[in-house]
Design a protein around this ligand. Sequence first.
Ligand code: COA
Length: 529
Amino acid sequence: MSENRQHWLNEELKLDERVNESLWPGGQKAVDRLAKQGKKPVRELIENVIDPGTMFFELSRLAGFGMNYPGVEDVPCGGVVTGIGKIHGNWTMIIANDPRVKAGTYFPITLKKHLRAQAVAEENGLSCVYIADSGGAFLPMQVDVFPDDGHFGSMFYNMARMSAKGLRQVTMSTGGNTAGGAYIVFMACESVMIDKMSYSFLGGPPLVKMATGEVISAEDLGGARVHTHISGGADHFCKDQDEAIERVRNILSLEPVQKIHLHRYEERPSIHPIERLYDILPTTGSQPIDAHAIIETLADDGVFHEYKKHYAPGRGDNLVTGKFRLKGFPTGVIVSNKIGVIFEEAARKAAEWIVRCSHEKIPIIFLQGSPGYMVGSDAEHAGIGKYGSDMVRAVSCAQVPRIQLVIGQDNGAANYGMCGRAYRPKFLFHTMRSRTSVMSGKSAGGVLLSIEERKREVSGNPMTDEERSQFYAKMVEKYDGEAHPFYCGARLLSDRVLKFTEIRDWLAMALEVSHIRPVGEPSFGNFRF
Ligand code: COA
């Protein structure tokens, strides 16, 4: 086994371990507790709601680890499971509280994840199924989750607006939905409640007693029978979770069939097994990569139509541009090559290519492994700033679906030009090789050390050699730690950390889902040339 392969398999083992913590918070004890309440673990519900034998593309499983909230270090999976699956053949967003994580309450990261899932749904034209079982806002952090735009109310604002756009919002309540959380039931286009399991009320029994003196059970206050037979706040009364799932599927069975606005050719295998990526990707992000070998491993039949292959050798080829088919979908691609530093020729080529893809209405996949644009007087005088900006402008304005997969360093403005989060790629994936931060640990350590040295000198207390090396090592550790896919995934800076073997399947899903809405006409601002 090659050294690279051994390294990446070990890294992905660490990923498996972390994901396992997401899938089973509280272990068997928590599953048994659910069973006593007649409830199944949330992913089992999801598996039953999607079409049999189809795959659930679960997003952001690393969310919420190491957040260090008041009294809570980890919020496994962010406390909410989100992902895309097919229901009656239509791609649908599923958003499901996990009651095993602090009763499914909303921490800031829970909200971020819920809202990201709604944004993916709205942008791509997906209906939403909510599996609701939540204690509402995590009360010790109410100021961080309740009052602002992007907080609790935004979930319901999104439901209303998506519903108005014809995207169906269906809620299946499988537990408590208290106070603001009750709106997830009442705002749905159709909602399903389960006898003696679902509750929905603006104030629970303790609050009612305090406010009005009325003593009443949860069931009589806002149980499934109350809302389906008396208040009319919910629409379907079911006896258990199995029946509720069947009802949700029935509700969505008459939806119009989605059309994919991208021609799909016959799907062909790659000429190499995808596992080849384990061998060809070096063990650190700072080692050079071979873009052509990567493309050959991903492309159907290994066929790549390269754009400007011979342009500016040694400078233009740090980005490789072209087109291939992936599982039958034609796509443009921009791939970091070698050590990935972007020279002005590479930036110009990439900007041109983005404009061409936009005119041809084909999507663009960015395989990012670049530490930044070239620096220094030669590059500045040659216009790296303006050509880099042109690339960023093209990326920003391109109306075609853009998808980013990070396969190495992801620093500085290269993060912008290669369609980082701020440039709103339809999907953004990391791998265990990605390192996303403003600069690498080494660069940040050097810059921060020079600032600290100056400060200490001015104060008449210059640093000793030992202090210098300690300071530098601390900064390197901090920056490298924050760039790690676990750290970024915990904060939702990616939609998923993919194993190398998952890349083709996930990119194909992303291409398909991104084309449920038709692609508009290109329109770019003023380039500098
Ligand atoms: N904020 C903070 N923590 C909460 C919480 C909230 N809104 N709701 C529940 N929790 C915590 C509990 O303290 C408990 O913590 P622990 O494991 O450290 O002991 C954990 O979540 C599990 O709650 P528990 O009550 O044991 O679960 P349950 O399944 O028996 O009941 C609820 C679930 C949601 C019905 C119940 O917790 C509840 O009524 N919570 C309050 C809901 C509320 O009034 N929300 C208003 C906010 S908008």
